[in-house]
Ligand binder design. Structure first.
Ligand code: FES
Length: 118
């Protein structure tokens, strides 16, 4: 059994497929803000925030992280940082106001990476 939090909500998963990546699982759960671009750790479109036992937020590539490697983590996806309904985060607002999205495909990855840094 895996136990972790996702966007502030505890999740428990029993016997997940050992080869399933975090990115694939997130998207199957409807959290499609986490994109899969290169699927090899190069583009950052799949970036999510992970906080482990040391309490330090880190930007991780969900395409490289196996879901089974997420036990005990607190994960935040771009959906957990803000939305139209809940209100946008400061990073989201800065990108929108600065015309910083370009095509927008990897923008969620930028939002999560900058949020982890800040
Ligand atoms: Fe490109 Fe994960 S999809 S780094």
């Amino acid at each position: 059994e895996l136990v972790f939090s996702l966007n502030g909500r505890e999740r428990r998963l029993v016997d997940p497929p050992p080869s399933l990546t975090l990115a694939e699982w997130l998207r199957s759960e409807g959290l499609t803000g986490t994109k899969i671009g290169c699927a090899e750790g190069g583009c950052g479109a799949c970036t999510v925030i992970a906080v482990g036992s040391d309490g330090h937020p880190r930007a991780i590539n969900a395409c490289l992280r196996l879901l089974c490697g997420c036990d005990g983590l607190a994960l935040t996806t771009v959906e957990g940082l803000g939305s139209q309904g809940a209100g946008y985060s400061q990073v989201m607002k800065a990108i929108a106001e600065g015309q910083g999205s370009q095509c927008g495909f990897c923008t969620p990855g930028w939002v999560t990476a900058m949020s982890a840094l800040l």
